[in-house]
Design a protein around this ligand. Structure first.
Ligand SMILES: [Fe+2]
Ligand SMILES: [Fe+2]
Length: 167
């Protein structure tokens, strides 16, 4: 019995969405390197450290995606096809603005979760290997997202306390 094959149109669609995820991993790596270096001040230390440790995770995701694109018969694009989209992760003039970085990271992680969710649904019943890979990666992004949600609660709190005192 021949192994079941994914129909070409569906396969192309999966490759297209895997490439979109691949680009966003690479853009995330660029912006995490920048933010983990640009941020200044004692308050920023924990965020910088966390971003530094996320970078190898995101790189691992990009490499897994590239391998899967290749297995499905796609071509991993070169840098000239890259288009940036992460507006809220651009460096701020205020290098001590930790909350802006946290919000930017939350946007990047939320959009990654959304993209993996889309691929998981697209693969349902047709490509279990890609689906399984994207479920695992989505779990990593959910962990990153949760971590930064906790940072947001922590870092926004002092400002709220200050304004409460002022009132
Ligand atoms: Fe990632
Ligand atoms: Fe992530």
């Amino acid at each position: 019995m021949a192994a079941p094959t994914i129909d070409t149109q569906k396969n192309d669609q999966i490759i297209k969405e895997l490439i979109a995820a691949y680009w966003s991993e690479l853009e995330t790596i660029q912006n995490y390197i920048a933010a983990s270096t640009n941020l200044a001040g004692i308050r920023a230390q924990e965020i910088k450290e966390s971003l530094r440790t996320d970078i190898p995770d995101e790189l691992g995701h990009a490499q897994q995606l590239a391998r899967r694109i290749h297995v499905l018969g796609g071509t991993i694009p070169g840098s000239k096809d890259f288009r940036a989209t992460q507006d809220t992760l651009q460096p701020s003039k205020d290098t001590r603005d930790v909350v802006a970085v946290i919000r930017g990271v939350l946007d990047a992680e939320a959009s990654a979760i959304q993209q993996y969710h889309k691929i998981v649904e697209l693969c349902d019943g047709v490509d279990y290997v890609t689906q399984d890979m994207c479920i695992t990666i989505m779990g990593d992004e959910q962990e990153h997202h949760r971590e930064f949600l906790e940072f947001l609660a922590e870092y926004e709190a002092p400002q709220e306390r200050e304004s409460a005192v002022r009132v």
